[in-house]
Design a protein around this ligand. Structure first.
Ligand SMILES: *[C@@H]1O[C@H](CO)[C@@H](O)[C@H](O)[C@H]1NC(C)=O
Ligand SMILES: *[C@@H]1O[C@H](CO)[C@@H](O)[C@H](O)[C@H]1NC(C)=O
Ligand SMILES: *[C@@H]1O[C@H](CO)[C@@H](O)[C@H](O)[C@H]1NC(C)=O
Ligand SMILES: *[C@@H]1O[C@H](CO)[C@@H](O)[C@H](O)[C@H]1NC(C)=O
Length: 503
Protein backbone atom coordinates (compact mmCIF):
# COMPACT_ATOMS: atom_id res chain seq x y z
CA UNK A 1 0.00 0.00 0.00
CA UNK A 2 2.92 2.32 0.62
CA UNK A 3 3.92 5.25 -1.47
CA UNK A 4 1.58 4.71 -4.36
CA UNK A 5 -0.06 8.08 -4.15
CA UNK A 6 -3.29 6.76 -2.77
CA UNK A 7 -4.55 10.29 -2.69
CA UNK A 8 -5.16 10.01 -6.40
CA UNK A 9 -5.92 6.34 -6.48
CA UNK A 10 -8.46 5.84 -3.77
CA UNK A 11 -10.95 8.34 -5.02
CA UNK A 12 -14.26 6.96 -6.13
CA UNK A 13 -16.78 6.75 -8.92
CA UNK A 14 -16.59 9.18 -11.84
CA UNK A 15 -18.37 12.44 -11.16
CA UNK A 16 -21.83 13.17 -12.38
CA UNK A 17 -23.45 16.56 -12.46
CA UNK A 18 -24.82 17.50 -9.09
CA UNK A 19 -27.90 19.25 -7.84
CA UNK A 20 -26.95 19.25 -4.21
CA UNK A 21 -26.41 22.74 -2.96
CA UNK A 22 -24.02 24.09 -0.44
CA UNK A 23 -25.97 24.95 2.65
CA UNK A 24 -24.11 26.37 5.56
CA UNK A 25 -27.33 26.73 7.45
CA UNK A 26 -27.01 23.09 8.40
CA UNK A 27 -23.82 23.91 10.13
CA UNK A 28 -25.60 26.46 12.26
CA UNK A 29 -28.26 23.89 13.16
CA UNK A 30 -25.56 21.66 14.33
CA UNK A 31 -24.06 24.32 16.53
CA UNK A 32 -27.40 25.07 18.09
CA UNK A 33 -28.00 21.51 18.98
CA UNK A 34 -24.57 21.10 20.30
CA UNK A 35 -25.21 24.03 22.55
CA UNK A 36 -28.64 22.87 23.62
CA UNK A 37 -27.25 19.55 24.74
CA UNK A 38 -24.58 21.13 26.80
CA UNK A 39 -26.66 23.85 28.28
CA UNK A 40 -29.89 23.65 30.09
CA UNK A 41 -33.24 25.42 29.55
CA UNK A 42 -34.96 30.33 29.48
CA UNK A 43 -36.35 32.52 26.79
CA UNK A 44 -35.98 35.15 24.13
CA UNK A 45 -37.70 37.81 22.13
CA UNK A 46 -38.02 35.41 19.24
CA UNK A 47 -40.42 33.26 21.02
CA UNK A 48 -43.67 35.15 21.07
CA UNK A 49 -44.79 33.08 18.13
CA UNK A 50 -43.59 29.95 19.77
CA UNK A 51 -45.69 30.53 22.85
CA UNK A 52 -48.40 28.32 21.40
CA UNK A 53 -45.88 25.52 21.10
CA UNK A 54 -44.01 25.79 24.39
CA UNK A 55 -44.44 27.83 27.51
CA UNK A 56 -41.73 30.23 28.59
CA UNK A 57 -41.05 32.57 31.40
CA UNK A 58 -37.72 33.86 32.57
CA UNK A 59 -34.88 36.10 31.65
CA UNK A 60 -33.11 36.40 28.28
CA UNK A 61 -29.39 35.77 27.98
CA UNK A 62 -27.68 36.26 24.62
CA UNK A 63 -25.33 33.41 23.70
CA UNK A 64 -22.29 34.54 21.80
CA UNK A 65 -21.31 32.55 18.71
CA UNK A 66 -18.41 33.58 16.56
CA UNK A 67 -19.29 33.34 12.90
CA UNK A 68 -17.49 30.75 10.85
CA UNK A 69 -14.91 32.18 8.50
CA UNK A 70 -16.05 33.65 5.18
CA UNK A 71 -13.71 31.22 3.49
CA UNK A 72 -15.45 28.25 4.98
CA UNK A 73 -17.06 26.02 2.35
CA UNK A 74 -19.31 22.98 2.37
CA UNK A 75 -16.45 20.91 0.91
CA UNK A 76 -14.45 21.61 4.08
CA UNK A 77 -16.97 19.53 5.98
CA UNK A 78 -17.73 17.07 3.17
CA UNK A 79 -14.48 16.68 1.23
CA UNK A 80 -14.57 14.34 -1.75
CA UNK A 81 -11.53 12.41 -0.62
CA UNK A 82 -9.90 11.89 2.76
CA UNK A 83 -6.78 9.91 3.61
CA UNK A 84 -8.68 7.03 5.17
CA UNK A 85 -5.68 4.76 5.26
CA UNK A 86 -3.71 7.50 7.03
CA UNK A 87 -0.94 7.02 4.54
CA UNK A 88 0.45 10.50 4.47
CA UNK A 89 -1.95 12.41 6.68
CA UNK A 90 -4.46 12.07 9.47
CA UNK A 91 -7.81 13.42 8.25
CA UNK A 92 -9.05 16.37 10.25
CA UNK A 93 -12.16 18.51 10.32
CA UNK A 94 -12.13 22.31 10.30
CA UNK A 95 -12.25 24.11 13.62
CA UNK A 96 -15.71 25.45 14.34
CA UNK A 97 -16.32 28.38 16.66
CA UNK A 98 -18.27 27.28 19.73
CA UNK A 99 -19.73 29.36 22.55
CA UNK A 100 -18.07 29.21 25.97
CA UNK A 101 -20.51 26.72 27.38
CA UNK A 102 -19.42 27.23 30.97
CA UNK A 103 -20.57 30.88 30.79
CA UNK A 104 -24.15 29.80 30.19
CA UNK A 105 -24.76 27.29 32.91
CA UNK A 106 -28.42 27.27 33.90
CA UNK A 107 -29.92 28.52 30.65
CA UNK A 108 -33.20 26.97 29.48
CA UNK A 109 -33.44 28.16 25.93
CA UNK A 110 -31.15 29.01 23.09
CA UNK A 111 -32.16 31.25 20.21
CA UNK A 112 -30.11 31.92 17.13
CA UNK A 113 -30.38 33.57 13.77
CA UNK A 114 -28.40 32.72 10.70
CA UNK A 115 -27.15 35.11 8.02
CA UNK A 116 -28.78 32.88 5.39
CA UNK A 117 -32.39 32.26 4.54
CA UNK A 118 -33.27 30.33 7.65
CA UNK A 119 -33.67 31.51 11.24
CA UNK A 120 -34.23 29.29 14.17
CA UNK A 121 -34.04 28.89 17.88
CA UNK A 122 -33.96 25.88 20.10
CA UNK A 123 -35.26 25.15 23.52
CA UNK A 124 -34.52 22.52 26.03
CA UNK A 125 -37.41 21.62 28.28
CA UNK A 126 -36.17 19.55 31.16
CA UNK A 127 -32.85 18.76 32.71
CA UNK A 128 -33.39 15.04 32.59
CA UNK A 129 -30.75 13.79 30.16
CA UNK A 130 -31.89 10.23 30.13
CA UNK A 131 -35.31 11.19 28.86
CA UNK A 132 -36.55 13.13 25.91
CA UNK A 133 -35.88 16.80 25.46
CA UNK A 134 -37.85 19.50 23.67
CA UNK A 135 -36.24 21.46 20.87
CA UNK A 136 -37.93 24.39 19.19
CA UNK A 137 -36.63 25.66 15.89
CA UNK A 138 -37.58 28.63 13.86
CA UNK A 139 -36.71 27.69 10.32
CA UNK A 140 -38.00 27.93 6.79
CA UNK A 141 -36.18 24.70 5.96
CA UNK A 142 -36.94 21.41 7.60
CA UNK A 143 -34.25 20.86 10.24
CA UNK A 144 -31.87 18.08 9.26
CA UNK A 145 -33.43 14.63 9.23
CA UNK A 146 -30.32 13.01 10.64
CA UNK A 147 -30.47 15.03 13.87
CA UNK A 148 -34.19 15.72 14.10
CA UNK A 149 -35.88 12.53 13.14
CA UNK A 150 -39.20 12.50 11.43
CA UNK A 151 -40.83 10.75 14.40
CA UNK A 152 -39.52 13.37 16.83
CA UNK A 153 -41.55 16.18 15.26
CA UNK A 154 -44.39 17.00 17.64
CA UNK A 155 -45.81 20.09 15.96
CA UNK A 156 -45.15 22.45 13.14
CA UNK A 157 -46.73 25.88 12.78
CA UNK A 158 -45.48 28.01 9.92
CA UNK A 159 -41.74 28.26 10.39
CA UNK A 160 -41.89 26.91 13.94
CA UNK A 161 -40.87 23.33 14.60
CA UNK A 162 -41.23 21.58 17.94
CA UNK A 163 -39.27 18.36 18.39
CA UNK A 164 -39.11 15.97 21.25
CA UNK A 165 -35.86 14.09 20.88
CA UNK A 166 -34.05 11.46 22.89
CA UNK A 167 -31.05 13.14 24.47
CA UNK A 168 -28.88 10.03 24.25
CA UNK A 169 -29.56 9.69 20.53
CA UNK A 170 -28.76 13.34 19.85
CA UNK A 171 -25.61 13.10 21.90
CA UNK A 172 -24.39 10.13 19.93
CA UNK A 173 -24.97 11.97 16.67
CA UNK A 174 -23.26 15.18 17.68
CA UNK A 175 -20.33 13.24 19.08
CA UNK A 176 -19.58 11.94 15.58
CA UNK A 177 -17.35 14.08 13.36
CA UNK A 178 -19.02 17.19 11.98
CA UNK A 179 -19.55 16.21 8.37
CA UNK A 180 -17.62 13.52 6.52
CA UNK A 181 -14.20 15.15 6.86
CA UNK A 182 -13.17 12.32 9.17
CA UNK A 183 -14.19 8.68 9.33
CA UNK A 184 -16.97 8.19 11.85
CA UNK A 185 -15.38 4.81 12.43
CA UNK A 186 -11.61 5.11 12.51
CA UNK A 187 -10.72 1.69 11.15
CA UNK A 188 -7.54 1.16 13.03
CA UNK A 189 -5.92 2.63 16.05
CA UNK A 190 -2.37 1.43 15.49
CA UNK A 191 -1.30 -0.64 12.58
CA UNK A 192 -3.63 -1.41 9.79
CA UNK A 193 -5.15 -4.59 11.18
CA UNK A 194 -5.94 -3.46 14.67
CA UNK A 195 -9.58 -2.55 14.75
CA UNK A 196 -10.47 0.32 17.02
CA UNK A 197 -12.17 -0.09 20.35
CA UNK A 198 -15.81 0.03 19.43
CA UNK A 199 -17.22 0.59 22.88
CA UNK A 200 -17.03 4.33 22.35
CA UNK A 201 -19.40 4.03 19.38
CA UNK A 202 -22.04 2.02 21.20
CA UNK A 203 -25.42 3.61 21.16
CA UNK A 204 -27.47 3.25 24.33
CA UNK A 205 -30.33 0.94 23.44
CA UNK A 206 -29.77 -1.94 21.13
CA UNK A 207 -31.34 -5.34 20.82
CA UNK A 208 -29.89 -7.59 18.14
CA UNK A 209 -33.35 -9.01 17.51
CA UNK A 210 -34.47 -5.71 16.12
CA UNK A 211 -31.61 -5.39 13.65
CA UNK A 212 -31.31 -6.87 10.16
CA UNK A 213 -29.41 -6.90 6.90
CA UNK A 214 -31.72 -6.08 4.03
CA UNK A 215 -31.59 -6.08 0.25
CA UNK A 216 -34.21 -5.40 -2.43
CA UNK A 217 -35.03 -7.17 -5.71
CA UNK A 218 -37.62 -5.72 -8.03
CA UNK A 219 -38.71 -5.49 -11.65
CA UNK A 220 -36.67 -8.43 -12.94
CA UNK A 221 -34.87 -11.58 -11.90
CA UNK A 222 -31.48 -10.50 -13.17
CA UNK A 223 -30.04 -9.90 -9.66
CA UNK A 224 -31.36 -13.10 -8.07
CA UNK A 225 -27.98 -14.79 -8.36
CA UNK A 226 -26.32 -11.72 -6.81
CA UNK A 227 -28.73 -11.77 -3.86
CA UNK A 228 -28.08 -15.48 -3.33
CA UNK A 229 -24.34 -14.87 -3.19
CA UNK A 230 -24.84 -11.84 -0.93
CA UNK A 231 -26.99 -13.81 1.53
CA UNK A 232 -24.51 -16.65 1.62
CA UNK A 233 -21.59 -14.28 2.05
CA UNK A 234 -23.33 -12.57 4.97
CA UNK A 235 -23.98 -15.91 6.68
CA UNK A 236 -20.35 -16.81 6.19
CA UNK A 237 -19.34 -13.80 8.29
CA UNK A 238 -21.08 -15.41 11.26
CA UNK A 239 -23.70 -12.72 11.76
CA UNK A 240 -26.73 -13.62 13.88
CA UNK A 241 -28.86 -10.81 12.50
CA UNK A 242 -31.89 -11.50 10.30
CA UNK A 243 -31.39 -11.39 6.55
CA UNK A 244 -34.45 -9.77 5.03
CA UNK A 245 -35.15 -9.64 1.32
CA UNK A 246 -37.77 -7.37 -0.15
CA UNK A 247 -39.09 -8.66 -3.48
CA UNK A 248 -41.87 -7.69 -5.80
CA UNK A 249 -44.03 -10.03 -7.84
CA UNK A 250 -41.49 -10.27 -10.65
CA UNK A 251 -39.57 -12.94 -8.73
CA UNK A 252 -40.90 -16.45 -9.52
CA UNK A 253 -41.56 -19.16 -6.93
CA UNK A 254 -38.50 -21.33 -7.74
CA UNK A 255 -36.29 -18.25 -7.39
CA UNK A 256 -37.97 -17.36 -4.10
CA UNK A 257 -37.30 -20.87 -2.81
CA UNK A 258 -33.64 -20.57 -3.75
CA UNK A 259 -33.39 -17.19 -2.02
CA UNK A 260 -34.88 -18.68 1.14
CA UNK A 261 -32.39 -21.54 0.88
CA UNK A 262 -29.65 -18.94 0.63
CA UNK A 263 -30.69 -17.53 4.01
CA UNK A 264 -33.16 -14.75 3.24
CA UNK A 265 -36.48 -14.11 4.95
CA UNK A 266 -38.70 -12.89 2.16
CA UNK A 267 -41.19 -10.04 2.26
CA UNK A 268 -43.34 -9.12 -0.66
CA UNK A 269 -43.52 -5.44 -1.58
CA UNK A 270 -45.15 -3.35 -4.27
CA UNK A 271 -42.45 -1.59 -6.21
CA UNK A 272 -42.35 2.20 -6.23
CA UNK A 273 -42.15 4.19 -9.40
CA UNK A 274 -39.96 7.24 -9.80
CA UNK A 275 -42.54 9.68 -11.21
CA UNK A 276 -39.78 11.57 -12.98
CA UNK A 277 -38.35 8.51 -14.75
CA UNK A 278 -39.05 7.78 -18.40
CA UNK A 279 -41.31 4.79 -18.88
CA UNK A 280 -39.57 1.43 -19.38
CA UNK A 281 -36.14 2.76 -18.43
CA UNK A 282 -33.79 0.81 -16.22
CA UNK A 283 -34.31 3.08 -13.24
CA UNK A 284 -38.07 3.51 -13.51
CA UNK A 285 -38.78 1.71 -10.23
CA UNK A 286 -35.61 2.53 -8.30
CA UNK A 287 -37.57 4.25 -5.56
CA UNK A 288 -38.60 0.79 -4.36
CA UNK A 289 -35.74 1.11 -1.88
CA UNK A 290 -37.94 3.51 0.10
CA UNK A 291 -39.79 0.40 1.35
CA UNK A 292 -36.79 -0.17 3.62
CA UNK A 293 -38.19 2.49 5.91
CA UNK A 294 -41.38 0.47 6.34
CA UNK A 295 -39.55 -2.34 8.12
CA UNK A 296 -40.62 -0.92 11.46
CA UNK A 297 -40.30 -4.21 13.30
CA UNK A 298 -36.56 -3.41 13.18
CA UNK A 299 -34.94 -0.43 14.90
CA UNK A 300 -32.04 -0.40 12.52
CA UNK A 301 -31.11 -2.08 9.28
CA UNK A 302 -28.03 -2.29 7.13
CA UNK A 303 -29.13 -2.06 3.55
CA UNK A 304 -26.81 -3.80 1.08
CA UNK A 305 -27.14 -3.75 -2.71
CA UNK A 306 -27.38 -7.22 -4.22
CA UNK A 307 -24.32 -6.67 -6.38
CA UNK A 308 -22.15 -6.62 -3.25
CA UNK A 309 -20.16 -9.54 -1.87
CA UNK A 310 -19.45 -9.33 1.86
CA UNK A 311 -16.05 -10.63 2.97
CA UNK A 312 -15.88 -9.65 6.64
CA UNK A 313 -18.41 -9.24 9.43
CA UNK A 314 -20.19 -5.89 9.27
CA UNK A 315 -22.18 -6.13 12.53
CA UNK A 316 -20.28 -3.23 14.05
CA UNK A 317 -22.09 -0.92 11.65
CA UNK A 318 -25.28 -1.40 13.64
CA UNK A 319 -23.76 1.02 16.17
CA UNK A 320 -23.99 3.85 13.67
CA UNK A 321 -26.93 6.17 13.12
CA UNK A 322 -28.85 6.94 9.97
CA UNK A 323 -27.40 8.16 7.67
CA UNK A 324 -24.03 6.43 7.61
CA UNK A 325 -22.50 5.35 4.31
CA UNK A 326 -19.28 5.44 2.30
CA UNK A 327 -18.33 8.30 0.00
CA UNK A 328 -19.12 8.20 -3.71
CA UNK A 329 -17.92 11.43 -5.25
CA UNK A 330 -18.05 15.18 -4.58
CA UNK A 331 -19.92 15.28 -1.27
CA UNK A 332 -22.41 12.52 -1.87
CA UNK A 333 -22.54 9.05 -0.37
CA UNK A 334 -22.89 5.71 -2.16
CA UNK A 335 -26.28 4.12 -1.52
CA UNK A 336 -24.94 0.56 -1.89
CA UNK A 337 -24.53 0.17 1.87
CA UNK A 338 -26.56 2.42 4.15
CA UNK A 339 -27.44 2.44 7.83
CA UNK A 340 -31.16 3.06 7.99
CA UNK A 341 -33.59 3.60 10.87
CA UNK A 342 -36.98 2.35 9.66
CA UNK A 343 -39.89 4.70 10.32
CA UNK A 344 -43.33 5.03 8.76
CA UNK A 345 -42.97 8.75 9.18
CA UNK A 346 -39.73 8.87 7.18
CA UNK A 347 -41.26 6.60 4.56
CA UNK A 348 -44.14 9.01 4.12
CA UNK A 349 -41.71 11.92 4.01
CA UNK A 350 -39.81 10.29 1.13
CA UNK A 351 -42.97 9.31 -0.74
CA UNK A 352 -44.46 12.79 -0.43
CA UNK A 353 -41.37 14.28 -2.06
CA UNK A 354 -41.01 11.89 -4.98
CA UNK A 355 -42.21 14.51 -7.45
CA UNK A 356 -40.41 17.51 -5.95
CA UNK A 357 -36.92 16.25 -5.35
CA UNK A 358 -34.77 15.92 -8.43
CA UNK A 359 -32.32 13.06 -8.33
CA UNK A 360 -29.11 13.85 -10.16
CA UNK A 361 -28.89 10.36 -11.65
CA UNK A 362 -32.56 9.41 -11.75
CA UNK A 363 -31.84 6.79 -9.11
CA UNK A 364 -32.40 6.40 -5.41
CA UNK A 365 -28.84 7.45 -4.66
CA UNK A 366 -29.40 10.94 -6.00
CA UNK A 367 -32.72 11.24 -4.20
CA UNK A 368 -31.45 10.05 -0.83
CA UNK A 369 -28.47 12.39 -1.03
CA UNK A 370 -30.90 15.28 -1.32
CA UNK A 371 -32.73 14.20 1.83
CA UNK A 372 -29.81 13.00 3.97
CA UNK A 373 -27.23 15.71 3.46
CA UNK A 374 -25.59 15.28 6.86
CA UNK A 375 -24.20 11.79 6.42
CA UNK A 376 -21.44 10.10 8.39
CA UNK A 377 -18.52 8.61 6.52
CA UNK A 378 -17.88 4.88 6.87
CA UNK A 379 -14.56 3.49 5.70
CA UNK A 380 -14.58 2.73 1.98
CA UNK A 381 -13.25 -0.72 2.79
CA UNK A 382 -16.80 -1.47 3.93
CA UNK A 383 -18.28 -0.82 0.50
CA UNK A 384 -15.31 -0.90 -1.83
CA UNK A 385 -16.37 0.21 -5.28
CA UNK A 386 -14.98 -1.91 -8.08
CA UNK A 387 -13.88 0.73 -10.52
CA UNK A 388 -10.64 2.20 -11.80
CA UNK A 389 -11.27 5.83 -12.40
CA UNK A 390 -7.62 6.89 -12.50
CA UNK A 391 -6.75 4.37 -15.24
CA UNK A 392 -3.17 3.93 -14.07
CA UNK A 393 -1.24 0.76 -13.40
CA UNK A 394 -0.58 1.98 -9.84
CA UNK A 395 -4.29 2.23 -9.16
CA UNK A 396 -4.93 -1.17 -10.69
CA UNK A 397 -2.23 -2.85 -8.63
CA UNK A 398 -3.33 -1.28 -5.33
CA UNK A 399 -6.97 -2.11 -5.84
CA UNK A 400 -6.40 -5.59 -7.20
CA UNK A 401 -4.20 -6.35 -4.24
CA UNK A 402 -7.12 -5.39 -2.00
CA UNK A 403 -9.68 -7.34 -4.05
CA UNK A 404 -7.54 -10.46 -3.93
CA UNK A 405 -6.23 -10.32 -0.34
CA UNK A 406 -6.84 -13.52 1.60
CA UNK A 407 -7.64 -13.32 4.47
CA UNK A 408 -9.69 -10.41 3.18
CA UNK A 409 -8.71 -6.82 3.87
CA UNK A 410 -11.93 -5.44 2.46
CA UNK A 411 -15.26 -5.86 4.24
CA UNK A 412 -17.27 -5.82 1.03
CA UNK A 413 -16.74 -5.47 -2.71
CA UNK A 414 -19.34 -3.54 -4.69
CA UNK A 415 -19.44 -4.96 -8.22
CA UNK A 416 -20.09 -1.88 -10.32
CA UNK A 417 -20.47 -2.31 -14.07
CA UNK A 418 -21.51 -5.63 -15.62
CA UNK A 419 -22.07 -8.22 -12.89
CA UNK A 420 -19.84 -11.31 -12.52
CA UNK A 421 -22.82 -13.65 -12.99
CA UNK A 422 -23.67 -11.91 -16.25
CA UNK A 423 -20.22 -12.73 -17.62
CA UNK A 424 -18.47 -15.96 -18.46
CA UNK A 425 -16.44 -17.03 -15.48
CA UNK A 426 -13.23 -17.02 -17.53
CA UNK A 427 -12.82 -13.24 -17.28
CA UNK A 428 -14.57 -10.01 -16.38
CA UNK A 429 -16.72 -9.13 -19.42
CA UNK A 430 -16.43 -5.43 -18.63
CA UNK A 431 -13.22 -5.67 -20.68
CA UNK A 432 -15.27 -6.14 -23.86
CA UNK A 433 -17.12 -2.84 -23.83
CA UNK A 434 -15.43 0.52 -24.24
CA UNK A 435 -17.25 2.50 -21.58
CA UNK A 436 -17.41 -0.40 -19.11
CA UNK A 437 -13.70 -1.06 -19.09
CA UNK A 438 -13.18 1.19 -16.05
CA UNK A 439 -15.05 -1.50 -14.08
CA UNK A 440 -12.97 -4.46 -15.28
CA UNK A 441 -11.02 -6.45 -12.69
CA UNK A 442 -10.20 -10.09 -13.24
CA UNK A 443 -9.05 -10.35 -9.64
CA UNK A 444 -12.39 -9.17 -8.24
CA UNK A 445 -14.20 -11.29 -10.81
CA UNK A 446 -12.29 -14.37 -9.81
CA UNK A 447 -12.97 -13.69 -6.15
CA UNK A 448 -16.71 -13.61 -6.78
CA UNK A 449 -16.60 -16.89 -8.69
CA UNK A 450 -14.50 -18.54 -6.03
CA UNK A 451 -17.17 -17.61 -3.53
CA UNK A 452 -19.87 -18.87 -5.90
CA UNK A 453 -18.15 -22.25 -6.11
CA UNK A 454 -18.06 -22.51 -2.32
CA UNK A 455 -21.86 -22.28 -2.15
CA UNK A 456 -24.14 -25.29 -2.09
CA UNK A 457 -24.30 -26.72 -5.60
CA UNK A 458 -28.08 -26.51 -5.63
CA UNK A 459 -27.76 -22.75 -5.70
CA UNK A 460 -25.49 -22.72 -8.73
CA UNK A 461 -28.27 -23.20 -11.27
CA UNK A 462 -29.66 -19.77 -10.34
CA UNK A 463 -26.51 -18.20 -11.73
CA UNK A 464 -26.89 -19.58 -15.23
CA UNK A 465 -26.85 -17.36 -18.28
CA UNK A 466 -29.96 -16.77 -20.30
CA UNK A 467 -29.78 -17.59 -24.02
CA UNK A 468 -30.14 -13.93 -24.73
CA UNK A 469 -27.29 -12.95 -22.42
CA UNK A 470 -25.10 -15.60 -24.01
CA UNK A 471 -25.73 -14.14 -27.47
CA UNK A 472 -24.93 -10.66 -26.17
CA UNK A 473 -21.71 -11.88 -24.59
CA UNK A 474 -20.57 -13.58 -27.78
CA UNK A 475 -21.44 -10.49 -29.81
CA UNK A 476 -19.60 -8.15 -27.43
CA UNK A 477 -16.58 -10.40 -27.64
CA UNK A 478 -16.62 -10.14 -31.41
CA UNK A 479 -16.76 -6.37 -31.19
CA UNK A 480 -13.83 -6.36 -28.78
CA UNK A 481 -11.86 -8.52 -31.17
CA UNK A 482 -12.73 -6.17 -34.01
CA UNK A 483 -11.58 -3.17 -32.00
CA UNK A 484 -8.62 -5.30 -30.99
CA UNK A 485 -8.46 -4.07 -27.37
CA UNK A 486 -4.83 -4.38 -26.34
CA UNK A 487 -5.55 -6.31 -23.13
CA UNK A 488 -6.57 -9.20 -25.43
CA UNK A 489 -9.19 -10.64 -23.13
CA UNK A 490 -11.21 -11.36 -26.27
CA UNK A 491 -8.57 -13.95 -27.12
CA UNK A 492 -9.21 -16.01 -24.00
CA UNK A 493 -10.74 -19.37 -24.76
CA UNK A 494 -14.07 -19.69 -22.98
CA UNK A 495 -14.22 -22.78 -20.84
CA UNK A 496 -17.23 -21.79 -18.72
CA UNK A 497 -19.71 -24.70 -18.86
CA UNK A 498 -22.51 -22.13 -18.57
CA UNK A 499 -21.85 -21.35 -22.22
CA UNK A 500 -23.43 -24.59 -23.31
CA UNK A 501 -26.00 -24.72 -20.52
CA UNK A 502 -27.77 -21.45 -21.03
CA UNK A 503 -31.39 -21.32 -19.86
C1 LIG B 1 -46.06 1.24 10.22
O1 LIG B 1 -47.15 1.06 9.34
C2 LIG B 1 -47.58 -0.27 9.19
C3 LIG B 1 -48.74 -0.28 8.21
O2 LIG B 1 -48.40 0.35 7.03
C4 LIG B 1 -48.02 -0.85 10.53
O3 LIG B 1 -48.36 -2.20 10.38
C5 LIG B 1 -46.89 -0.71 11.52
O4 LIG B 1 -47.31 -1.15 12.79
C6 LIG B 1 -46.43 0.73 11.60
N1 LIG B 1 -45.29 0.80 12.49
C7 LIG B 1 -45.24 1.59 13.55
C8 LIG B 1 -44.03 1.51 14.39
O5 LIG B 1 -46.16 2.33 13.83
C1 LIG C 1 -31.74 1.29 -10.70
O1 LIG C 1 -31.97 -0.06 -10.39
C2 LIG C 1 -31.36 -0.97 -11.30
C3 LIG C 1 -31.82 -2.35 -10.96
O2 LIG C 1 -32.27 -2.48 -9.67
C4 LIG C 1 -29.86 -0.80 -11.22
O3 LIG C 1 -29.21 -1.67 -12.14
C5 LIG C 1 -29.49 0.62 -11.55
O4 LIG C 1 -28.12 0.84 -11.37
C6 LIG C 1 -30.27 1.61 -10.69
N1 LIG C 1 -30.05 2.93 -11.22
C7 LIG C 1 -29.66 3.94 -10.50
C8 LIG C 1 -29.45 5.20 -11.26
O5 LIG C 1 -29.51 3.88 -9.30
C1 LIG D 1 -6.81 4.25 -20.11
O1 LIG D 1 -5.49 4.37 -20.59
C2 LIG D 1 -5.25 3.77 -21.85
C3 LIG D 1 -3.78 3.92 -22.16
O2 LIG D 1 -3.01 3.67 -21.05
C4 LIG D 1 -6.12 4.43 -22.90
O3 LIG D 1 -5.93 3.78 -24.14
C5 LIG D 1 -7.57 4.31 -22.49
O4 LIG D 1 -8.38 5.01 -23.40
C6 LIG D 1 -7.77 4.89 -21.10
N1 LIG D 1 -9.15 4.65 -20.69
C7 LIG D 1 -9.91 5.58 -20.15
C8 LIG D 1 -11.27 5.17 -19.78
O5 LIG D 1 -9.51 6.71 -19.96
C1 LIG E 1 -15.36 -4.46 -37.66
O1 LIG E 1 -14.70 -3.26 -38.02
C2 LIG E 1 -14.84 -2.89 -39.37
C3 LIG E 1 -14.06 -1.62 -39.58
O2 LIG E 1 -12.87 -1.65 -38.90
C4 LIG E 1 -16.30 -2.67 -39.72
O3 LIG E 1 -16.44 -2.40 -41.08
C5 LIG E 1 -17.10 -3.91 -39.35
O4 LIG E 1 -18.49 -3.66 -39.54
C6 LIG E 1 -16.86 -4.29 -37.91
N1 LIG E 1 -17.55 -5.51 -37.58
C7 LIG E 1 -18.45 -5.58 -36.62
C8 LIG E 1 -19.03 -6.93 -36.37
O5 LIG E 1 -18.76 -4.60 -35.95
Amino acid sequence: MEGLGLQKIMKVAPSKSLVIRINLVFLAFFLIIYASLLLSPSSSAYFENAASLVRFNGETVPVHFDRVSEQFKWEDLFPEWIDEEEESDVPSCPELPMPEFKDYDGIDLIASSSPYSCKFGSEKGRRDWKRRTKVVMWSKCRPMMELFRCDDLVRQEGDWWLFEAEVARLEQKVSLPVGSCKLSLPLWSQGINEVNDLSKFQSPTRAAKREAYVTVLHSSESYVCGAIALGQSLLQTGTKRDLVLLIDKSISQPKRDALVAAGWKIRLITRIRNPRAQKYTYNEYNYSKFRLWQLTDYDKIIFIDSDILVLRNLDLLFHFPQMSATGNDIWIFNSGIMIIEPSNCTFKFLMDRRKDIISYNGGDQGFLNEVFVWWHRLPRRMNFLKNFWANTTAEASVKNELFGADPPKLYAIHYLGLKPWHCYRDYDCNWNIGDQRVYASDVAHERWWKFHDSMDEKLHSFCRLTKRRKLELDYERKLARNISFSDEHWKIKITDPRRSHAV
